[in-house]
Design a protein around this ligand. Structure first.
Ligand code: ASP
Length: 411
């Protein structure tokens, strides 16, 4: 019999819908159903995410070194690097503005109620923010192995840049290192393919768990602030990424989103840009992004390019300020744009990291940080959308930079 293989994006789509249905059914069964999803479904999602996390450090390290080496000369690395970082900064600043516009419309319309009475604000204890200079110093590792062990991705990127550059400059004498990187990378790619083929299981189990345990909160009083953030995510995706795909890469936006779908869904359920990296690479390849460029842009993007996180931080800041009865001035909004852009760059591509960095934005503005407690319960819902957007932005960038570097992408 001639069995037709169901494509991965379709499998993921089916898993997502089934997960929501099963989640609602379990949620309707009350506490028994909810604990069932937490005790027996979520662990399979956790196993899957652990597998992804376990390959993330070698994927970022090898992929970036391999990308740098395939570019052939440092001039090209510099040119790709500047375009990539330029794209990231501009789109993130636009994301902040979109987030602030929507948040202010919602706040102005009285959609953000004062929730401090009902929810209390005590439960969140923020991490201490050490200041920008110390963040800068921390990017440079004093011990390479500890960067790998702690999966400190900014440090891993610095290590990759130094090694990639040095292997290239070493020329003939660096050939063995070059071959080792390329051989390890070929192996890790195979491993990635296997782990990705398991993604429908991760998507189904996580979706069922989130829907069962947090479905009520979505329908409850926080729905408006969640809705506001999602509106921002959608507008940013539709306007900024559609336009960049169309204008810079000459690609039909529908084709863009169709090909990026698997990574978007995967990010939506895993809430980790770093864990989604292997899937993003497949999608970028399918879209026609140049391999060496995608190998450089995507790992970098999964660590520093977070448009969804920036929108979330702006919306959450205005929301929390409203709850605390603080009205932000235009000058303070500008500070929000700058700090949210920096905070999103500093956000690690892992679940929940954006909320920790939100503390920095609030701190800068003098808004009581403990008020993050108001939205802590539903952070995962925000996180699903923001990670989805973060990853889409990385893929869009790899496509645009490929085009700018002269590759004709398929349209
Ligand atoms: N979870 C997000 C990501 O991995 C980061 C965040 O929490 O905003 O992209």
């Amino acid at each position: 019999m001639n069995k037709k293989k169901v494509s991965l994006p379709l499998q993921i789509g089916i898993a997502l819908v089934l997960g929501i249905l099963v989640g609602f059914a379990c949620g309707a069964m009350g506490d028994t159903g909810k604990s069932f999803t937490a005790a027996y479904l979520k662990p399979f999602g956790d196993i899957f995410v652990n597998l992804l996390k376990f390959i993330v450090v070698p994927v970022v390290l090898l992929s970036m070194i391999d990308g740098i080496l395939s570019m052939g000369d440092m001039k090209k690395v510099g040119s790709v690097g500047i375009k990539t970082v330029g794209y990231f900064l501009v789109t993130t600043a636009i994301a902040c503005i979109i987030g602030l516009v929507f948040a202010n419309i919602f706040a102005g319309a009285g959609f953000f109620p004062d929730l401090s009475q009902e929810l209390g604000a005590a439960e969140y204890t923020p991490k201490e923010f050490k200041g920008f200079m110390s963040v800068l110093v921390d990017i440079f590792p004093s011990n390479m192995w500890s960067s790998f062990v702690n999966a400190n991705m900014l440090q891993v990127i610095v290590v990759s840049l130094f090694f990639g550059g040095s292997i290239m400059v070493a020329g003939e004498r660096g050939k063995l290192c070059r071959d080792i990187v390329s051989s390890f990378y070929a192996v890790i790619e195979k491993l990635m393919e296997f782990v990705i083929s398991l993604s429908p299981i991760g998507v189904f189990t996580y979706m069922a768990w989130v829907t069962a345990t947090q479905g009520a909160e979505i329908l409850g009083s926080l729905a408006l602030v969640i809705g506001c953030a999602y509106l921002g995510y959608i507008v940013h995706a539709v306007v900024v990424y559609s336009l960049s795909a169309q204008v810079f890469a000459g690609m039909n936006p529908i084709k863009f989103f169709k090909s990026a779908f698997a990574a978007m869904m995967f990010a939506f359920t895993s809430t980790s840009s770093a864990a989604t990296l292997p899937v993003s690479k497949e999608c970028a390849r399918e879209l026609g992004a140049k391999d060496d460029i995608a190998a450089f842009v995507l790992p970098l993007g999964s660590t520093i390019n977070m448009d969804g996180t920036a929108i979330y931080q702006c919306v959450a800041t205005v929301f929390i300020a409203s709850c605390a009865n603080i009205h932000l001035t235009i000058g303070q909004m500008v500070i929000v744009v700058v700090t949210a852009t920096l905070a999103s760059i500093g956000t690690a591509g892992v679940s929940g990291a954006g909320m920790i960095m939100l503390a920095m934005v609030l701190e800068t503005l003098g808004i009581p940080v403990a008020y993050i407690g108001l939205i802590v319960a539903v952070d995962r819902i925000f996180d699903m959308g923001r990670t989805c957007l973060n990853v889409t932005g990385d893929i869009a960038c790899s496509l645009c930079v490929s085009k700018w570097e002269g590759k004709k992408v398929r349209s």
